[in-house]
Design a protein around this ligand. Structure first.
Ligand code: ARG
Length: 278
């Protein structure tokens, strides 16, 4: 646990992609470890609901203090990962981070301009979040001011075809692009697929890194490795068919064959919170 939080803390967000071509037809660990820079740059206007969580006090000012991702599901409501607000990440409870902000509509974090920075008025961390298994990894941020109406994405309710195994999905963030702590300044995305729960159940039967629970988690990436989220992407969106299906949560390494990305399942967030609207 400690290890993972420390990693999340030390490295802000994005989307790594390995060379899947290398993995095809080779069974193995060699290809699996060849995680390389991948994904592709996107402009914030293409995913206006993707936000950066920031604290310059805690994480330094060069990349606007970005340390996790988030997603606007209401004009004043942002979802992120519970582990992003852990005291080991923030150095104390979230309410003690005076400059905790959401940055919306900004592609390049170095620019310190564009889009807006909005203060977080209230944080609510899922009380059922379990740092040992990673179950229930979500939190709700209430913003001090509303975002523009077109910055909001709809959530996929349980049974939505967007959750279908094999479906295409896209993950967005400013996290590590190589698995070696290379943080981009600009927003990136990677195209992945929703994978069978069995793949993640096999990969994560329960060890120090977490336990895959199909009810509340979603397995996504590429079976052969390759495209994936990585450290610093946590809390950011996984989108399919124009709707939010997952939040970046955890995994072992990034983009490795046999270790897909694990996402908090958005339908389970809605169930937990009693949200019925899409
Ligand atoms: N826990 C990481 C973070 O805090 C996200 C890791 C996602 N890993 C993956 N292989 N999909 O940013």
């Amino acid at each position: 646990m400690r290890r993972r939080f420390a990693r999340a803390l030390a490295r802000p967000l994005v989307v790594a992609a390995a060379v899947s071509a290398l993995s095809v037809g080779s069974s193995g660990p060699v290809a699996a470890d060849r995680v390389v820079i991948g994904g592709f740059p996107v402009d914030a206007s293409e995913s206006p609901w993707t936000v950066a969580l920031s604290s310059r006090d805690r994480f330094g000012g060069t990349r606007a203090g970005q340390f996790c991702g988030g997603v606007a599901v209401g004009r004043s409501t942002v979802l992120t990962a519970a582990h992003c607000l852990d005291k080991e990440v923030l150095g104390g409870p979230p309410e003690r981070v005076r400059d905790l902000r959401v940055i919306s509509g900004r592609t390049d974090l170095l620019s310190d301009r564009g889009g807006q920075e909005v203060a977080v008025r209230d944080t609510w961390v899922n009380p059922a979040y379990d740092g040992a298994s990673n179950a229930g990894d979500f939190a709700v941020l209430t913003l001090a001011e509303p975002l523009p109406a077109d910055s909001v994405i709809g959530m996929a309710v349980g049974g939505d075809p967007a959750y279908a195994v094999g479906g295409a999905a896209t993950v967005y963030g400013w996290g590590d692009v190589s698995g070696a702590g290379e943080y981009p300044n600009s927003l990136r995305a990677a195209r992945v697929h929703v994978l069978p729960d069995a793949l993640c159940e096999e990969a994560y039967p329960g060890d120090a890194d977490g336990v895959y629970d199909a009810r509340s988690m979603l397995c996504a990436g590429e079976a052969t490795g390759g495209r994936d989220a990585c450290q610093g992407d946590s809390g950011g969106p996984l989108v399919a068919q124009g709707r939010l299906i997952g939040l970046v949560s955890w995994g072992i390494g990034c983009g490795r064959a046999g270790s897909p990305g694990v996402y908090m399942r958005v339908s389970d967030i809605m169930r937990t919170l009693g949200w019925t609207r899409a």
